[in-house]
Design a protein around this ligand. Structure first.
Ligand code: GAP
Length: 459
């Protein structure tokens, strides 16, 4: 029936995002602000669904994790204890002539795309007027001031990760949640990093959302939980439709490990540009609780009343990016198919639970009472799932429009509906059309949404 078209490129996905209002450059009317993006209607729905699926996996499907929403602004000593003030840096080189700044490691490896702003045919340092400084460490945290007086005592930082908000609340959560290790604390929220080389639309930006969970375990069990979380997180992406061939787990070499980690593996996705990190799963050991206990003077440990044992739990951390995961789901779902009639349709084969709109309801023609029936169907589905009414343009055009945003089901009201109360239900992936009773629609579609899904991409 349908055949594969061209390879998916980042440009095609970015064009679709812009065309259909998923994601666009921020501050566009002022010429944009480098690497900041805004999400439009469908983008918000999609990213919200991604975060909801993460919450579902963390909270609803198990009972050993609790939720947290900590502040973006935290006491500056948090970042001293965590090591970010000292060590969250990249080595940078500045050009004294044109004031441009480059990552020293990118310069050393002559990274593609790195050019002298004055003479783009040359690398920085190789132009006639280049005057580069030695490499200097540049902290990636955004600084701000808190309160009416701007002085050194009022400096605060926008959090560069959500994780520390979890560690500093360990005691509170232990007290109120009635949990004991092994248990986890999960959080979703914005983080900020003054990245030197952002790029690839929302893959690397300076303001982004993280989905992080810190799992506190008896130290002797750390290795087994590390293994189990690696698998669990890999499976989350494939369950939601990412092609297993485009996903891999890559264990870090010793020289790649962060200061806090004794072992880390990345879930990587084969983006059009290269294999790139979606999520890191780290064995952070007792580093963070020990560091905050030392800095704050508070005891951050668990006392097991049964055994009389007192210990600082070890931590296994799956840390994912909501924007990055959303981009991966978009790229992986993107498809161009040539239909039997020669037309090419662009379709997002998203998991129905991720799809921004679940069902579009359309009258075949804008008369004979069809719009009224279609609107009453929308009203009956609205409380069940995200529903859209569409009456503009030919029916083929409307189907294409829904395919492009990944809507799994379209309901069409036609002449037969008036006679027998049935409508056409069209499936995005198989393009099959079945006749169903209007009254059956809410339960039927809710049932399909809840069912395990087999990706058409695997077929
Ligand atoms: N608490 C550990 C931590 O923050 P990380 O690997 O630096 O680890 C975790 O970040 C995830 O957050 C990454 O795998 C990525 O998905 C997302 N992320 C990190 N920096 C990002 C950026 N500049 N833009 C978009 N997402 C980012």
């Amino acid at each position: 029936m349908a055949s594969e078209e061209d390879v998916v490129t980042m440009d095609k996905v970015v064009a679709l995002c812009k065309r259909r209002g998923f994601i666009f450059a921020s501050s566009e009317i002022y010429g944009g602000l480098g690497s900041t993006y805004d999400y439009g209607h469908y983008g918000v729905l999609l990213k919200t669904n991604v975060k909801n699926e993460w919450w579902r996996a963390m909270l609803q499907e198990r009972d050993d994790i609790v939720a947290l929403d900590s502040a973006i602004l935290q006491h500056p000593r948090v970042w001293k204890a965590s090591g970010h003030l000292e060590g969250f840096t990249d080595p940078m080189v500045d050009c004294r002539t044109c004031k441009a700044r480059f990552r020293a490691d990118h310069l050393a490896e002559r990274a593609p795309g790195l050019v002298c702003p004055q003479k783009p045919s040359k690398l920085p340092g190789e132009g006639p007027d280049c005057d580069l400084t030695e490499a200097r460490e540049f902290n990636l945290m955004f600084e701000t001031t808190v309160g009416p007086v701007k002085d050194s005592g009022s400096i605060a930082y926008l959090r560069p990760e959500t994780a520390q908000g979890i560690f500093i609340n360990f005691k509170n959560v232990l007290q109120f949640s009635r949990k004991k290790p092994p248990f986890g604390i999960a959080q979703v929220g914005k983080s900020f990093r003054n990245e030197i080389t952002p790029g690839n639309i929302t893959f690397r930006t300076r303001e982004f959302e993280q989905m992080e969970m810190e799992f506190f375990v008896p130290p002797a069990e750390a290795q087994q939980w590390y293994e189990s979380w690696k698998q669990e997180r890999f499976d989350w992406y494939t369950r939601l439709g990412i092609r297993p061939d485009s996903l891999r787990l890559r264990e870090h070499d010793a020289d790649e490990l962060s200061h806090y980690s004794s072992a880390t593996a990345d879930v990587e996705y084969l983006f059009p540009m290269a294999w790139s990190e979606l999520e890191g799963i780290a064995n952070r050991g007792q580093f963070d609780l020990t560091a905050h206990a030392t800095e704050s003077g508070e005891k951050l440990e668990y006392f097991d009343q049964g055994s009389g044992e007192r210990y600082i739990p070890a931590v296994i951390e799956p840390a994912a990016g909501a924007d990055r995961a959303t981009l991966a789901f978009l790229v992986d779902a993107y498809d161009e198919e040539t239909l039997e009639n020669g037309e090419v349709r662009t379709v997002l084969k998203l998991h129905p639970r991720l799809a921004p709109v679940k069902v579009a309801v359309m009258p075949l023609v804008k008369k004979d009472g069809q719009p009224e029936i279609a609107k009453s169907i929308v009203a009956s589905l609205r409380g069940v799932m995200q529903t859209e009414y569409d009456e503009g343009g030919s029916i083929g055009k409307r189907y294409r429009r829904q395919d492009e945003i990944g809507t799994p089901w379209c309901v069409t009201v036609d002449h037969e509906t008036l006679a027998d109360g049935t409508v056409t239900l069209r499936d995005r992936d198989t393009l099959t059309q079945e006749r169903v009773e209007i009254n059956d629609l809410p339960a039927l579609l809710a049932g399909r949404l809840a069912m395990p899904w087999t990706s058409p991409k695997l077929g």
